[in-house]
Ligand binder design. Structure first.
Ligand code: 16G
Ligand code: ZN
Length: 540
């Protein structure tokens, strides 16, 4: 480590000292906490981003956001060169750095060791792309990441205000030398909007788009959507509510609020539109909803996107006569409603894989397919397409022996691929994809909802002495410890027709989560409650 790097770090440590007694872990959401407790960790993250970039010899990203959390929180997450989440092994370094106190000697010893271990030279090139959401605390936190990375001779690409998926996209494009698209924001919108227009223009008998009202959670998505709204005005009328001019970020609005409380957000008129959607504070989650004829609020969550996207793609594969040599699959977690799984497997004959909670697990599994569709029930998800699939599409398009219909279907898939942000769940991309599929399939939200009926479900939080007492297997669907817990759950579940239940320790809160579903709401509630009781008894 050079003398100058050490000096710069020492200055930062003095400017942003670590509060006494604080522990912070790099989890599924990166580092996340109250914004005023975060500056010190941004120094560590800046260093780690620089190191990661030097090791991979590629650009990596640092996104400052706390997603759907309140305005007073913030956080940071690193993005790997291909636009995916930080490799798990590096989460350990993030945690080690977070444990270290502000002593410049101890810190530089650790860093020198790490540089040796990772074979990093002080003058290796590094490049870090930084972006942040609309929180007041974000610019300061971003500036700390920047200064820490710069202490290690790293170039900074400062994107300032961006959605989380936009930064994932930018990092991927930058490292792909433009194959995936141009890495600027203009490049992002150009790719998505052009693909959306192409797909509309090439599709005969496409249904007219009904106006769409968007709840933008008073976050970064509002300003980005405003740009897109104009570009696409010719095709679809988009109205943006909760755009940050009046309400507060994620307060009684946004995808998380709507999903959690199963009700419409504040700040949006509920009479004028037939279609509504909510995105979250950093625009990586999307939920649709509408008010039905009986004035009931109806929700379309992540499971519904999986079914819609997989239906469309399976249909187009068939039309392109590609269905036999393309492996399509849907990846879910245990939280997916049993009826959605049933519909996919038994009606659509699309295989479903179940993985543990957390986007990285879904994303990883999706790579096993030519077309891997994944969504968490909370509305975070995307589709990944293999390079083999992309070549097959190209072959159909270039084959003069193929019929017009076959080539049209292949072309539609190609355009659809360009709407999707394959790097990560992206509310803006998913919204365009949803809109265009609904129009191609001539579905309104009611028709989409009526594809299948959800089983009633109940989720509970249980406070226990030590949540690590509960260990699970089989994608969190079965418990291994404490002894007998699973037997008790099996016994309870067997009393409810179509019943299903599981418990798992939360990865983000100090609690255990209980999930139950059954034929009626009463039964789902009962089952969840009985499972809660055995959890409490067996973890005393
Ligand atoms: C994190 C995950 C989210 C998951 C949630 C579960 C990412 C980017 N986020 O927010 O996917 O649904 O944790 O929380 O992976 P829990 O473990 O407390 O239930
Ligand atoms: Zn988010």
């Amino acid at each position: 480590m050079t003398h100058i790097a050490k000096e710069k770090l020492a200055t930062l440590l003095m400017e942003y000292p670590k509060p006494a007694g604080i522990v912070m872990g790099y989890g599924t959401a990166g580092f996340r906490a109250r914004a005023d407790t975060l500056p010190w960790i941004m120094i560590r993250i800046g260093i780690l981003a620089a190191f990661r970039s030097k090791v991979k010899r590629a650009c990596v990203g640092a996104m400052i956001t706390a997603s759907h959390n309140p305005e007073y929180d913030n956080g940071v997450k690193l993005i790997d060169p291909y636009g995916e989440m930080l490799e798990q092994a590096w989460e350990v370094y993030a945690n080690n750095l977070s444990v270290l106190d502000d002593d410049i000697h101890i810190l530089s010893d650790y860093l020198e060791n790490l540089m040796n271990q990772l074979n990093i030279q002080a003058n290796d090139e590094g490049i870090v792309a930084i972006a942040y959401d609309t929180r007041q605390s974000s610019p300061l936190l971003a500036s700390i990441v920047k200064r820490a990375a710069q202490a290690f001779y790293t170039t900074i690409m400062d994107f300032e205000l961006m959605t989380t998926p936009q930064l994932h996209y930018a990092v991927r494009c930058y490292n792909d030398n433009g194959t995936y698209g141009h890495y600027t924001e203009a490049g992002y919108f150009d790719k998505l909007c052009t693909a959306f227009q192409n797909l509309i223009e090439m599709t005969p008998n496409i249904q007219r788009f009904e106006p769409l009202a968007i709840d933008a959670a008073n976050g970064i998505g509002a300003m980005k959507l405003a740009y897109m709204r104009q570009t696409l005005a010719k095709y679809i009328h988009i109205e943006i509510f909760n755009d940050g001019t009046r309400g507060h970020l994620n307060e009684k609005c946004g995808a998380d609020y709507v999903k959690l409380y199963q009700k419409a957000p504040d700040g949006i008129p509920l009479t004028n539109y037939s279609k509504y959607c909510s995105i979250d504070g950093d625009a990586d989650r999307l939920i649709y909803f509408f008010i039905d004829k009986n004035n009931q609020f109806r929700l379309l969550d992540g499971d519904r996107f999986s079914v819609l996207f997989a239906s469309f793609l399976a249909m187009k594969l068939k039309e392109a006569k590609l269905a036999d040599d393309v492996k399509i699959g849907v990846i879910q977690t245990a939280y997916a409603n049993g009826r959605s799984t049933d519909y996919l497997v038994n009606k659509m004959h699309v295989p479903v894989a179940c993985v543990p909670t957390g986007v990285k697990h879904l994303h990883h599994k999706a790579l096993d397919y030519d077309i891997g569709v994944y969504f968490e029930a909370n509305g975070h998800g995307t589709v990944i397409f293999s390079s083999e699939l992309k070549s097959k599409i190209k072959m159909v398009l270039e084959d003069p022996k193929r019929t017009v219909e076959e080539r049209l279907a292949a072309n539609q898939i190609r355009a659809f691929i360009n709407i999707i942000n394959e790097t990560v769940g992206d509310a803006i991309a998913d919204l365009l994809a949803t809109e265009v599929i609904l129009s191609i399939l001539h579905l309104n939200l009611e028709g989409w909802l009526n594809l299948y009926d959800d089983l009633p479900q109940r989720q509970l939080k249980v406070a226990v002495r030590d949540r690590t007492m509960i260990q699970t297997t089989d994608a969190e669907r079965r418990c291994v410890t404490p002894p007998h817990l699973q037997d008790c759950i099996d016994e309870l579940v067997s009393k409810y027709p179509s019943g299903r239940a599981f418990v798992r320790p939360s990865g983000t809160e100090d609690i255990v989560r209980v999930y139950a579903e059954a034929l009626t709401q009463q039964e789902a509630d009962d089952l969840a409650d009985k499972v809660r009781v055995v959890v409490e008894q067996l973890t005393k």
